[in-house]
Design a protein around this ligand. Structure first.
Ligand code: HEC
Length: 161
């Protein structure tokens, strides 16, 4: 009886043990899988932005250079007439704000006497109601061309740079 009595708690214990071991093994493997997934995803997440950031850092000078090249090309491409139409005609087309009107030789005569350099200086700085560069983002060369366009349509005989 003792031999038939003894295995019962043992087998119960075994069943319990198996259940416990099973549970523990399942837990460990679940945790391991979760851990691997967590590590893998953290590696994936941390390396991608780094790669992205370094890629951005690598292309940044090229991108800046291209933007600069486009700006230079754009500056070289804007003629005096283009800048005048874009940024000067609002005042100089109508004489608004007391601006010397394009084609008004009498209004321009005393100003033409300043020479292109003198006119460029006042246009860069701004004068009276005229904001610096007429409120434009023009380069000095573009500004000079627009002045020549404006002046030569108003009795001047300047050479465009
Ligand atoms: C907001 C109106 C306005 C805009 C825009 C404007 N101007 Fe003028 N400009 C004036 C006025 C007003 C004067 C007269 C200033 C004075 O003599 O007090 C003037 C004067 C000038 C003069 C004569 C400066 C001098 O020393 O006598 C030049 C050159 C000139 N503008 C060029 C330009 C050019 C080029 C642009 C465009 C890039 C431009 N302006 C845009 C209002 C403007």
């Amino acid at each position: 009886m003792s031999s038939s009595h003894a295995p019962q708690p043992n087998s119960e214990l075994n069943v319990k043990n198996i259940t416990i071991y099973g549970t523990v093994i399942l837990l460990i493997s679940a945790l391991t899988v979760a851990g691997v997934i967590a590590i893998a995803s953290s590696v994936a997440h941390s390396s991608n932005p780094q790669e992205d950031a370094s890629a951005v850092a690598r292309i940044a000078p090229v991108a800046k250079l291209e933007v600069a090249a486009v700006k230079v090309a754009g500056a070289a491409e804007r003629t005096g007439e283009q800048l005048y139409t874009a940024a000067c005609v609002a005042c100089h087309g109508s004489g608004a704000a007391g601006a010397p009107k394009i084609g008004d030789a009498a209004a321009w005569k005393p100003r033409l006497a300043l020479g292109l350099d003198g006119l460029l200086k006042s246009a860069i700085k701004g004068k009276g109601a005229m904001p610096p560069k007429g409120g434009s983002d023009a380069s000095d060369t573009e500004l000079a061309r627009a002045i020549v366009h404006l002046a030569n349509a108003s009795g001047g005989k300047f050479k465009a740079p």
